[in-house]
Design a protein around this ligand. Structure first.
Ligand code: AHR
Length: 492
């Protein structure tokens, strides 16, 4: 019988690199992402090194986390970095006005963040305060962290125990400056951007605060005004969250039926239109694709779990989240010529997390296993692919049955396939041109029910398992992708 879908891979044309930063993460001072999730302090009974949870460090390293963005988010435009350095007992406290109005003691600051990044082997990405901060404060932060000169800022760093500068390349200049980051117009923000970026010196990768979802005018104005000074902008951010229906009807993370399933998948696929339309605007001002589109906040945003603080954005994570992760990561891979980095929101205990913690316990979510599976694409070359697939439809909604991307690294071809249909397996004929293959292996993330999730103290319901793939014959093979699953096929 003929397969329902087909995928032709032009292995001999794999020229675009998939930056490993596409597999990046985001950790904000929000709920229990930093405090409790990543950092518990040295005096905690929870096993830690210098206050950082050992279980979380191990899990993030195993997942091959390449990059971490901090300290926000909306929090970034309220943050005074100088309150977070020096002896901890002398650091002033602060109120986290955006997230629950809780008082924080500033025990997790610049040194702690950069220490944590070293522990998990991730590249740091620091977001500066434009909304409520000054150009001088931002410039001093960059100098404190990166400069090798003799100066008051580098003296201060040395006094605080760090002799050598850190190598921090990625700097965000403000966050959501159309909203929580200062309620600015694009014209005003673009002018401010040029000021801030000009004074943040060094060989930096500066990321401008980009549009909200489909605000194409913001992108147009920003590109037009900032690219006049070519060396000042290296990346522009884009934020896009997925809700069950809309911001006003986010829906439950776990309690949904098939309508809720297809609605979320349909909404998340909108990422492709956003990337394409924003890229078209960027192409006008930057045809050589020198400037990266940095999707530094993406993922599912559902209602908080019943009984939890509404300001903490704590949500569970099901097989549906695994599909959303797989689809978005495929999309970023497929647009790797423009998308140079992406950061799922957020690493631990907030929104679409890879890790959840409860006191000393830790759970790895379905999203975690997709990131782990997809890490084979990091720094691999994208294989141009031709996918033919049918549709999965329900309730007036229509999405592709199969979603895919493929890459090659060191002679190994990795294909990631999502079957969006929760009721039906899909067979797919895969053809490789330009490479002989003789062996095949696979992995899979799936579960019995579409809303299965992993919970504290229980056996995992959604995890990464090995998946049987038949040996290819003459560069061809057929794979049967089980209903509602994310699959990796590797060929060599
Ligand atoms: O990730 C949660 C919040 O979503 C971030 O702080 C903000 O940038 C966005 O609105």
């Amino acid at each position: 019988t003929l397969a329902q879908s087909s995928l032709t891979l032009h292995t001999d044309q794999a020229e675009t690199k998939i930056n490993r930063e596409i597999y990046g993460h985001f950790a904000e001072h929000l709920g229990h992402c930093i405090y409790g999730g990543i950092y518990v302090g040295e005096d905690s009974d929870i096993p830690n090194i210098r206050g950082f949870r050992l279980d979380v460090i191990g899990a993030l390293k195993d997942m091959n986390i390449p990059l971490l963005r901090w300290p926000g988010g909306c929090f970034a435009d309220t943050y005074n970095w100088k309150d977070g350095i020096g002896p901890k007992h002398k650091r002033p406290s602060m109120v986290n006005v955006h997230w629950g109005g809780v008082t924080e003691d500033n025990s997790f600051g610049t040194h702690e963040f950069l220490d944590f990044c070293e522990l998990i082997n991730a590249e740091p990405y620091i977001n500066l305060n434009v909304g409520s901060g000054t150009v001088r404060e931002a410039a001093e932060w960059v100098e404190y962290v990166t400069s090798a000169n003799i100066s008051p800022m580098t003296d201060l760093r040395k006094q605080n125990g760090r002799e050598e500068p850190w190598n921090v390349k990625y700097w965000g200049i403000g966050n959501e400056n159309w909203g929580c980051g200062g309620n600015m117009t694009p014209e005003y923000y673009a002018d401010l951007y040029n000021r801030f970026a000009g004074y943040c010196r060094g060989d930096l990768y500066r990321i401008a605060g980009g549009p909200n979802v489909d605000d194409y005018n913001w992108m147009e104005v920003l590109m037009q005004k900032t690219t006049r000074h070519r060396q000042l902008v290296q990346g522009v951010s884009l934020h896009n969250y997925t809700f069950t229906t809309s911001w006003n009807d986010k829906g439950s993370a776990t309690d949904f039926d098939e309508k809720g399933w297809i609605s979320v998948l349909d909404n998340t696929l909108r990422m492709e239109t956003l990337i394409e339309r924003h890229s078209t605007i960027m192409d006008k001002y930057d045809p050589e694709k020198r400037i990266g589109l940095i999707v530094d906040e993406w993922g599912n945003w559902f209602n908080v779990e019943p009984g939890t603080n509404p300001g903490f954005l704590y949500q569970q994570n099901t097989l549906r989240d695994a599909l959303v992760a797989g689809i978005n990561l495929n999309l970023f891979n497929n647009h790797a010529d423009r998308v140079k980095m992406a950061n799922i929101a957020q690493t631990v205990n907030v929104l679409q997390s890879v890790i959840l913690t409860k006191e000393e316990q830790m759970v790895l979510t379905p999203t975690y296993y997709v990131f782990k599976m997809y890490s084979v694409h990091q720094d691999a070359n994208l294989i141009p692919a031709n996918l033919k697939t049918g549709k999965y439809e329900l309730d007036g909604k229509s999405v592709p049955a199969v979603h895919a991307s493929a890459s090659t690294k060191d002679g190994q071809v990795s294909i990631t396939l999502c079957n969006l249909n929760p009721n039906k397996a899909e067979s797919i004929d895969i053809t490789l041109t330009g490479q002989e293959v003789s062996s095949a292996s696979g992995q899979i993330v799936t579960a019995k029910n579409m809303n299965d999730y992993n919970d504290f103290g229980q056996e995992e319901k959604v995890t990464l398992k090995s998946f049987d793939v038949k040996k290819p014959k003459d560069g061809k093979l057929t794979v049967e992708i089980p209903a509602k699953s994310v699959v990796l096929v590797q060929l060599k």
